[in-house]
Design a protein around this ligand. Structure first.
Ligand SMILES: [Zn+2]
Length: 113
């Protein structure tokens, strides 16, 4: 994997991105090859479409999880994921949505604190 920096017009600064290797874990699924994953998703991200990867921020988070890339930068909350049935950590992505850090499923999220 190759880490580089690119200018992101979405958050208006240079961000660290990774060009991932071909995914091997679910190769027979819908993963066709290399993809761009932003390592700064969730920090200064506007939460809308990422201009770098042409993907929503939730999809970016899913890419990080799928490729085993760091997700420490994300705002985490504990919660129950009904997709994998586990009490897990969820990363907040975009407005009122969270991605499960175990299975990558994104679903609506409301802070109930
Ligand atoms: Zn899950």
């Amino acid at each position: 994997m190759q880490v580089t920096t690119m200018y992101c017009s979405g958050c208006d600064h240079e961000v660290a991105v990774v060009m991932t290797d071909r995914a091997t874990t679910d190769a027979q699924a819908n993963v066709t090859g290399e993809e761009l994953a932003c390592l700064e998703v969730g920090t200064n991200c506007t939460g809308s479409l990422c201009p770098l990867g042409a993907a929503e921020s939730s999809d970016m988070v899913h890419r990080l999880i799928r490729h085993g890339l760091p997700t420490n930068q994300l705002t985490r909350v504990s919660g129950y994921c009904d997709a994998c049935g586990l009490e897990s950590e969820l990363a907040l992505v975009g407005e009122n949505r969270a991605s499960c850090l175990v299975c990558g499923t994104t679903r609506p999220w409301e802070a109930l604190l």
